[in-house]
Design a protein. Structure first.
Length: 153
């Protein structure tokens, strides 16, 4: 898979009642932001699968919330989650290195909207438009490029 999904976290995420959509929403959205309203439409929870997350939210509270959400999701679905964290300033370089090496992250957070535009223009990410419409999340922090939503906060 040569695409990664970007999004941002919801401050209303409830880690104690987590499902696949909430987990992905909470961790990815993670764009700019952990946890993010990013559910990757091409990932189905199934035992034996490993999800790689690039996290640019490095505060202790963010790390703790993500770790708790990952542990709960792993326990519930048997999906292994590997989280790499990097300061917000290093996220773009790290994600591009992974893409160029042929091993992109499944989910990533991004700190700068310009990076999301660069990913979209290069075809490295999938739009979130269908997810935003399907789950009626509303406009909130969506951002569109060429009629598609590439970011969600």
């Amino acid at each position: 898979m040569d695409k990664l999904s970007l999004g941002a976290p919801s401050s209303k995420a409830n880690v104690s009642d987590i499902d696949r959509r909430r987990f992905l929403k909470t961790t990815a959205g993670a764009a700019a932001g952990i946890a993010g309203s990013l559910s990757a439409p091409y990932v189905n929870a199934q035992s034996g699968v490993t999800l790689r997350i690039l996290n640019a939210e490095t505060t202790a509270a963010s790390q703790s919330a993500l770790r708790d959400a990952c542990n709960e999701y792993e326990s519930k679905f048997g999906v292994k989650i590997v989280v790499d964290s990097t300061p917000i300033s290093g996220g773009y370089a790290k994600s591009m290195a992974a893409i160029n090496a042929g091993a992109p992250y499944d989910i990533a957070t991004a700190g700068y909207i310009a990076h999301i535009l660069q990913y979209a223009m290069a075809g490295h990410i999938v739009p979130l438009t269908d997810l935003v419409k399907k789950y009626s999340w509303g406009k909130q922090g969506t951002w569109s490029y060429k009629g598609e939503n590439w970011f969600y906060l």
